[in-house]
Design a protein around this ligand. Structure first.
Ligand SMILES: [Zn+2]
Ligand SMILES: [Zn+2]
Ligand SMILES: [Zn+2]
Length: 151
């Protein structure tokens, strides 16, 4: 991925989560905020185990249920997305925009780029509609090479 101002991505993820939490009346507790911070450190997916290791390094020990509960909350609120195919998590850098989640997963550098275009989910839903299946949640995970790695 090209060098970009990731500090601003991190700031956006954090402040958007704070605004949304306040608007929804849910609490972004210290441990939830810390887990979000760790996941938002890069655009690469982070596993629950990695988060546990990080917190254990910082706090001496971390209780797995605390981390799993924090992740469940963050995913539920759309602050973090779960990448099923990798069993890992990425931060949402634009949680205030309603979107179906589409992810471009680079097999080489492991960067995950989010496609927040609602047209993606709409296309999948209409393609599926003919079969009579009623989709509830659409998540598209596409693996391949990112623009940087493809050259
Ligand atoms: Zn960034
Ligand atoms: Zn997102
Ligand atoms: Zn790549």
């Amino acid at each position: 991925m090209t060098a970009h101002d990731h500090a601003s991505c991190q700031h956006t993820a954090r402040s958007a989560a704070e605004r949304l939490a306040a608007a929804r009346g849910v609490r972004l507790t210290d441990s939830r905020a810390r887990v979000l911070e760790i996941v938002a450190e890069s655009h690469k997916p982070v596993g629950a185990y990695d988060i546990l290791q990080r917190l254990a390094g910082e706090r001496g020990r971390a209780a797995p249920p605390t981390v799993y509960r924090a992740l469940a909350f963050l995913v539920d609120q759309g602050f973090v997305h779960r990448i099923d195919s990798l069993n890992a998590f990425v931060a949402c850098f634009d949680p205030e925009r309603a979107h179906d989640a589409g992810f471009l997963i680079c097999e080489k550098c492991r960067t995950v780029q989010e496609v927040a275009d609602p047209a993606l989910g709409a296309a999948v839903k209409s393609a599926v509609a003919a079969s009579g299946f009623r989709p509830r949640r659409v998540v598209v995970e596409i693996s391949g090479l990112c623009a940087e790695c493809a050259v």
